[in-house]
Design a binder for this molecule. Structure first.
Ligand code: AMP
Length: 283
């Protein structure tokens, strides 16, 4: 009997994550864990991993017997003129980080494996969730979420996870996927984990790789602005009745500054008074 103490390298948990390229390979790799009733966790990603992804992988590692990470830059969720071609990729590094995070299987299919010739089906979640904010026709459009919902439905079918992990940074995406899973009876629990940020507050994103020095410095204003609103209200112990961004003239809800002035308005009870205030943001 070999009594050599196990080193990190020989522990199964630190074995290199197995890379699977096809649904058939995936199915056969998961056959035995499924038969044994092991809990399977899925973390869908487009790769170029950062701490945000790693937080999802670690949660899956802590909660599940088997961890599957998908690595697929999904063309269906990129619109014409978006950054599909220059989306950052580094599979070798991703596999190393996935292994370090304890991932068992990396499912990294080709585009043809996911969308073979003749592919002609899509999963579409109601426009109330998919045609607003990022899905607004003036922004990425509902086609973005059709691409997301379709690929995640396919991943749920291919992997059959008990739990799937998503990040709060893509809040609308997480909401759309939850709705899709509920409506289509996928027996999966979706976990949404907090946004992981750089030290200065910038939300981590693979696309931060596009930022040059000047843009990187300015980008921190997004999180500063959001946090200032929350912090100021919280520190005064004020819970707003509403805090809304609306078109300054039509008073319709707006998702972004689309060339028109936006009114950000708040109302709250403070002591015995009901107070209102607003600021006008001119593009
Ligand atoms: P992506 O590779 O950008 O498609 O992201 C894959 C998953 O990681 C999605 O569920 C994202 O919401 C999540 N994610 C991306 N960035 C972050 C972050 N900064 N914090 C937490 N989760 C994130």
């Amino acid at each position: 009997m070999d009594l050599t103490p196990l080193t990190g390298d020989t522990l199964p948990r630190n074995a290199a994550a197995s890379v699977l390229r096809t649904k058939a390979e995936l199915r056969s790799a998961l056959e035995s864990p499924r038969r044994l009733g092991q809990a399977i966790g899925l973390v869908p990603t487009m790769g170029y991993l950062h701490e945000g992804h790693l937080s999802l992988l670690r949660a899956a590692r802590a909660e599940c017997d088997v961890v599957v990470m998908s690595l697929f830059v999904n063309p269906a969720q990129f619109g014409p003129g978006e950054d599909l071609d220059r989306y950052p990729r580094d599979e070798e590094r991703d596999l190393r980080l996935a292994t370090e995070a304890g991932v068992d299987f990396v499912y990294a299919p080709s585009v043809a494996e996911v969308y073979p010739d003749g592919f002609s089906t899509a999963v579409e979640v109601d426009g109330r969730l998919t045609e607003v904010l990022d899905g607004d026709p003036a922004r990425r459009g509902a086609g973005h979420f059709r691409g997301v919902a379709t690929v995640v439905a396919k991943l749920f079918n291919a992997v059959g996870p008990d739990v799937a992990y998503f990040g709060q940074k893509d809040a609308q995406q997480a909401t759309v996927i939850r709705q899709m899973a509920r409506d289509l009876d996928f027996p999966v629990r979706t976990e949404v984990l907090p946004t992981v940020r750089e030290a200065d507050g910038l939300a981590m994103s693979s696309r931060n790789a596009y930022l040059d020095e000047d843009a990187r410095e300015r980008a921190v204003a997004l999180s500063r602005a959001l946090h200032a609103a929350r912090r100021e209200l919280e520190s005064a112990g004020i819970e707003p009745e509403y805090l809304e961004a609306r078109d300054a003239e039509r008073l319709e809800p707006v998702a972004e500054l689309n060339g028109r002035p936006v009114l950000v308005a708040v109302a709250a009870r403070v002591g015995g008074a009901r107070l209102i205030d607003n600021v006008l943001i001119r593009p």
